[in-house]
Design a protein around this ligand. Structure first.
Ligand code: GLN
Length: 484
């Protein structure tokens, strides 16, 4: 069962080849066996999962099942889950049990999915390697000495190791796409506003977006159908009809205009990753797509702009963690100031502190114009570049990350090199566009991802372009050694 896609499992459940309870037990057994090594989970919800699976089986037997009924999934620990610890990878929230469900948790619950557990992640989603987690790093199933990417590293490792067939994630500057690329998975970051952020713990509110990590684009379409759509509880949620993502997978590649930004192919890109992109493009060409050179002249500004905007917003969002209302509180505070400073000092890790300090600095009276305002202006330029390009082509393609998965500890000493790993991802969030990463081959026996970027609310085109490629290739079916 564990090697099947979500779509295949759904078919089998409906055909009663096995029950949701059997499937859930199989996943739990694999979690028990492999997770002690991988560290992909912060919480495993064994009893709850089995209860939900039995309820799903009843629904299936009564003929009242929907497309997702009885399918096990995992949520990144950034999503509030009622009655369940929701830590966001931080000591600050190590004792936090969410009193309500995030919208996407609620929708997937209503759809009948079975929640196996909550996955490990970089603290407050700040990181590209899952190494900033209070709960320790996650190992990449493709090579245990390497990172699974971040910040949704636990979700990616759990799906790649076949402990769960699919996962949710969040992407503020690459955190769905980059871990998907590092673990040979499909990772979709939808358009800003497409999926509700209600109940998703905020990092940088104008960039954060929830999405999914799956084996295939067809599986991503299945999950998107349940989570996309307007939510009155998120003021940035967009009220716009949700297409039939599964039906639209059949859109052919013929006539698809693909833009290739010349700025993506400079010296920061591992040439072997570049070769893999060109090999993938050949597949698209063979099936009638055309490839066009385009330019994103302000692309080089995306990492510096991101590292002003994201810390600025994080410094504001994380001010709520004050040791008073919820979360970590220091022992025996002397006075209010001592309570604040020690609770925050003890509760947050080094990377989160670095971001809060940077953000506070760029927002301070003397520097606001020089940094924050400037970053808002460069953000507008980056967005304009994408929109200009997307007037000439239907989608933009390139690498998801400049390299395959790097070694554990390799970049922790130098934040800038760590940040640069998201060079192809950050701009997409600054522009609010959708992006998907799909498996496109291997470099040094490690998976690498092809990124497809589209226009606002054009997720179905991205999913179709990904699906058609997956019909022609088998990269996405490869399983890391030891997890077959
Ligand atoms: N790696 C980027 C960062 O550290 C992006 C993280 C994310 O998308 N949540 O901010």
């Amino acid at each position: 069962m564990h090697t099947k896609t979500l779509a295949e499992l759904a078919r089998d459940l409906r055909a009663r080849k096995y029950s949701s309870e059997e499937l859930t037990r199989a996943c739990l057994a694999r979690i028990e066996r492999f997770n002690p090594d991988l560290n992909a989970f912060i919480s495993v919800l064994r009893e709850q999962a089995l209860t939900d699976a039995r309820a799903a089986d009843v629904r299936i037997s009564k003929g009242g099942a929907g497309p997702l009924t009885g399918l096990p999934i995992v949520h990144k620990d950034i999503f509030c889950t009622r009655g369940v610890k929701t830590s966001c990878g931080s000591k600050m929230l190590d004792n936090f049990v969410a009193p309500y469900d995030a919208t996407i948790v609620e929708r997937l619950k209503t759809a009948g999915t079975v929640l196996l557990g909550k996955t490990n992640m970089d603290e407050f989603a700040m990181g590209s390697s899952n190494e900033t987690s209070f709960y320790g790093p996650v190992k990449n199933p493709w090579d245990p000495r390497r990172v699974p990417g971040g910040s949704s590293g636990g979700s990616a490792a759990a799906v790649a190791a076949r402990l769960a067939p699919a996962a949710t994630g969040t992407d503020t500057g690459g955190s769905i796409r980059q871990p998907a690329a590092f673990t040979n998975l499909t990772g979709l970051k939808p358009t800003y506003g497409r999926v509700s952020r209600y109940g998703m713990i905020a990092f940088a509110s104008s960039l954060d977006q929830a999405g999914v990590i799956t084996h295939t684009a067809a599986d991503a379409a299945l999950l998107m159908q349940a989570i996309a759509g307007f939510d009155a509880r998120d003021s940035t949620s967009v009220d716009r009809p949700v297409p039939d993502y599964t039906a639209e997978l059949e859109r052919p590649l013929k006539g698809l205009r693909i833009g290739l930004p010349k700025e993506f192919f400079d010296k920061s890109l591992d040439a072997r990753v570049g070769d893999a992109v060109h090999a993938a493009l050949a597949v698209y060409r063979q099936h009638g797509a055309t490839v066009h050179d385009i330019s994103l002249p302000n692309f080089w500004l995306s990492v510096p702009t991101y590292y002003v905007v994201a810390p600025a917003e994080c410094s504001s969002n994380l001010s709520r963690f004050d040791g008073v209302r919820f979360g970590h509180r220091c022992e025996n505070p002397l006075d209010l100031m001592d309570l604040y400073t020690r609770s925050r000092g003890e509760g947050f890790g080094a990377e989160v502190k670095r971001r809060i300090m940077t953000g506070t600095y760029v927002l301070s009276a003397g520097y606001y114009d020089a940094y924050y305002l400037k970053a808002q202006q460069t953000r507008a330029l980056i967005r304009q570049d994408f929109l200009e390009a997307l007037r000439q082509v239907d989608v933009i393609m390139g690498p998801t990350a400049p390299t395959p998965a790097f070694g554990l500890g390799e970049k922790t000493g130098d934040p800038i090199t760590m940040y640069l790993n998201d060079i192809y991802a950050n701009g997409v969030n600054l522009a609010g566009l959708p992006g998907i990463s799909i498996p496109m081959g291997f470099v040094d026996k490690l998976p690498v991802g092809l990124q497809i970027i589209g226009n606002y609310f054009d997720e179905s085109r991205l999913l179709a372009a990904a699906h058609q490629y997956q019909l022609e290739t088998d990269w996405h079916t490869r399983i890391p050694k030891g997890f077959e």
